[in-house]
Structure formats: C-alpha cells, structure tokens
Design a protein around this ligand. Structure first.
Ligand code: ZN
Length: 289
C-alpha cells in the first residue's frame, strides 16, 4: 500500500492559462495554432487510440464547433469539442471504461473537459430570466444577453469520510454497490453548512454515530457530473450503528489489517477503485497505523 497515493483526477499536465481565456485575440490564435489539439467528446464520452485519449488536429474539427479552451500543454493549446452529432472512425468508450485504461494524468485532463462540457449542456438558459445564454471566455463563463447575468462552471462540494473509533473505521455499502463492496460514507454539503458540520450531520444521519473531531485529509474532483470530493477523518464517540436504510444496506467497523487486505484485493470486503477518493482515504488511514 503506497503511503501517499495521488487522488484520482488530479495531476493534469494542462496549464489552465486563464489569461488566454480572457483575451479574444489570444483565444483565436490558440485555436488557429498548428499544434492545437482537440479532445472530441460524444455525449461526454471520450475516444481512445492505443490506450491514450484521442486528440484531433485543427483540420479534423469542424470550423463551426464550439470550442472549450482547456489550456496549454507543452506550448500546444488544448481544447475540448462536442462531436456528439459526428461520426468518428472509432466508437467512444464509456467514461469508466476509458478511465480504467488511460493514465491518471490523462484521466485528470478528461475529467475537467467532461465536467466543463456537461455544465454547458445544462446551462443553456439564464436562471434569472430564461433567455438563451452565450458562451464566453473560451467556455469558462456564460452570459445572458437579456439581463446581463453571468454564470460560471459550477462545482458541487461533497464530504466523504471515515468515522474512526479505537483503531477501526466505519465503512458502508449502498444496495447499488457490487457484491461485498464497502466504501466511505459520503454526502453533499448543504447550503449554510461547513465541511465539519456536513461530515457530522452525514455520519449521524446515515450511521447514527456522533462525531467529535473532524480532520480534513485530501480532496479530488469527481466528474459525474462535477463534484469536489472533500475527504475527512472523524473521531466518533461510540461504535453503535443505526443505519439509514434509505441510504445504506449495511455498515461495519474494520481494522487497519482488514483495510490493507481490501486495498490489496484479498480482504473480506472489496472497496472502491483507485481513482475514487474512498480508496485514497482508506490508503491514507491504513498508512497512519
Ligand atoms: Zn437573464
């Protein structure tokens, strides 16, 4: 078990280059650059070529396509383009199929592009007045020509946590999980809550345990569609569990040895894949003992 595995969907080699977003001339030059590369997504899913993301050259993308400016990688501008209406020679993979095959760095680049494109698809109209909105800043803003409202790509914060008590942590399973799979508990942060308050509330709602001390550990973006996973450890006052049966079908306390075995794939329970923050959290906790 690695001491500090990097969280999934982090470490993209693309520099976001926000100054270019703000400058229409620089954006046009980036798009016309002979080394520019374009990530085609079909209904948000990517194409692979030789187990890497497929990027298209300027000649391969239609002039009229909306381009989302991702940034600069090794002096080459990078864009995402929605080719859902087009036909490429390869079939797209589902996101999870692709993520299992490409490098962590490429998965990070893809995840950002996917979340950004999904946000545009769901924000075509102004939430204040209903007018059709227009893309700005290379895809990092939408503006309303009716009332002037500005919208920015949204991120939804989610807390994901391990309750800890006397050398064991609490893992739970939802009915939709694969057989024998258990994970950290998680939930969206609500309006008006801090991270610590959301962790304590979720642990109490889902498992009936009372948190006394919450410690932030690690975070990652999660592109389904656009969450920020905030990983925490929480000391709790006791081990009695009362599960919320609408959320969980089972929960149990596990030791470091059991967590290490699960991470190695030979334990009495299975856990989330390495690109999920639950895996990272369990690894960090196992490494602390
Ligand atoms: Zn408006």
């Amino acid at each position: 078990v690695s001491q500090n595995p990097k969280p999934g969907f982090t470490g993209s080699p693309i520099n976001r280059s926000d100054k270019i977003r703000m400058n229409a001339d620089a954006l046009a030059a980036a798009r016309a650059h002979p080394d520019a590369r374009f990530l085609p997504l079909m209904k948000l899913d990517p194409h692979l070529l030789d187990e890497r993301l497929l990027w298209l050259t300027p000649e391969q993308v239609p002039d009229e396509a909306d381009m989302l400016f991702l940034g600069i990688e090794q002096d080459a501008p990078r864009f995402a383009v929605d080719l859902s209406a087009s036909q490429l020679s390869t079939e797209p993979l589902t996101a999870h199929q692709a993520i299992a095959r490409i490098s962590a760095e490429e998965a990070a680049s893809y995840a950002g592009a996917r979340s950004l494109m999904d946000w545009h698809a769901r924000h075509r109209h102004c939430p204040a007045c209903g007018t059709a909105t227009e893309m700005r800043r290379g895809g990092w803003m939408r503006t309303c020509p009716g009332c002037g409202a500005e919208q920015f790509p949204r991120v939804d914060p989610v807390v994901i946590m391990l309750a800890e008590h006397e050398g064991q942590v609490l893992v739970g399973r939802q009915p939709r999980f694969p057989p024998q799979s258990y994970s950290a508990l998680a939930g969206f942060i609500e309006v008006g809550e801090s991270i610590e308050e959301a962790v304590a509330r979720e642990l109490h709602e889902e498992a009936g345990v009372t948190a006394t001390d919450v410690r932030y550990v690690v975070s990652q973006p999660w592109p389904f569609p656009s969450s920020l996973m905030i990983g925490c450890f929480a000391q709790v006052t006791g081990r009695d569990i009362v599960i919320d049966e609408d959320e969980l079908e089972a929960a149990m306390w596990v030791s470091r040895d059991e967590v290490r075995a699960a991470l190695n794939g030979d334990g009495r329970f299975r856990t989330a894949p390495p690109y999920a923050l639950a895996h990272t959290l369990l690894s960090r906790w196992a490494a602390e003992g």
